[in-house]
Design a protein around this ligand. Structure first.
Ligand code: OGA
Ligand code: MN
Length: 222
């Protein structure tokens, strides 16, 4: 028992509570907002990595597979860097998200297969217009995850995530991008947008995907 206690970025009890909160809310309403959802033992090294990179190696984010710079900038202004296993912070994060995938598949039978995620940096003035992360029928991105890494974020700093009701199209949640807050939502169902950030805003955006193997390639990424 003690071993699993210490193998976790936080205690087993807290982790189980976290998993049941996320699973229950996804089951009930298709989304979930968890303040301090990301364990500090993961958040701190991820934040340290971001500070070290200084967002210099980040690339302007694209929309879909085609790159049209002008169109892109009218829709989203963030710069991104995909997260891999090369850094220990990245590896720990991916390992934790893999564990979460197994737990969510057990609880919700979503058939999640793989996970991809990137750091995103919104410079002052940047935004991401209302969009869906996946289109119904694509059978690709199933569950979106966003995590915030901004210490001391104030209301006047803007940069809120607005989550819209799939039916009425009214905003149902306004999420301040506070350090450690996690948001989960079904990718095909919930339109969302990032309001203009007044100062540098850091997030991680990730997606659990179905196994969409094509032409003998097992689940080709993005
Ligand atoms: C995205 C996205 C939300 C956020 O990258 O697709 O919607 O709050 N990000 O950063
Ligand atoms: Mn999105």
């Amino acid at each position: 028992m003690y071993i699993s206690e210490f193998s976790h970025p936080r205690g087993q009890f807290q982790q189980e509570r976290f998993i049941s909160t996320v699973a229950n809310q996804l089951r009930l309403q298709g989304y979930c907002v968890v303040p301090k959802g990301l364990p500090e033992l993961l958040a701190e090294p991820l934040y340290a990595q971001l500070q070290k990179e200084n967002a210099e190696n980040f690339k302007p984010a694209g929309i879909g597979r085609k790159s049209d710079k002008v169109l892109n900038e009218a829709v989203r202004g963030d710069s991104i860097q995909w997260i891999d296993n090369v850094t220990s912070a990245g590896a720990e994060w991916l390992r934790w998200m893999e564990e979460l995938k197994i737990a969510l598949n057990r609880e919700l039978l979503l058939g999640l297969f793989s996970f991809e995620s990137h750091f995103a940096c919104y410079a002052p003035g940047a935004f991401y217009k209302k969009h869906l992360d996946a289109f119904p029928g694509d059978a690709n991105r199933v569950l979106s995850v966003v995590v915030y890494l901004n210490a001391d974020w104030q209301q006047e700093d803007g940069g809120e995530l607005l989550l819209y009701d799939p039916q009425s199209d009214h905003a149902i949640e306004t999420v301040s991008p506070d350090f450690g807050t996690m948001v989960f939502f079904l990718s095909e169902e919930f339109p969302h947008e990032v309001c203009v950030a007044q100062k540098k805003r850091y997030s991680i955006a990730g997606w659990y995907r179905l196994n969409s193997s094509m032409n003998g390639l097992i689940d080709p990424p993005r």
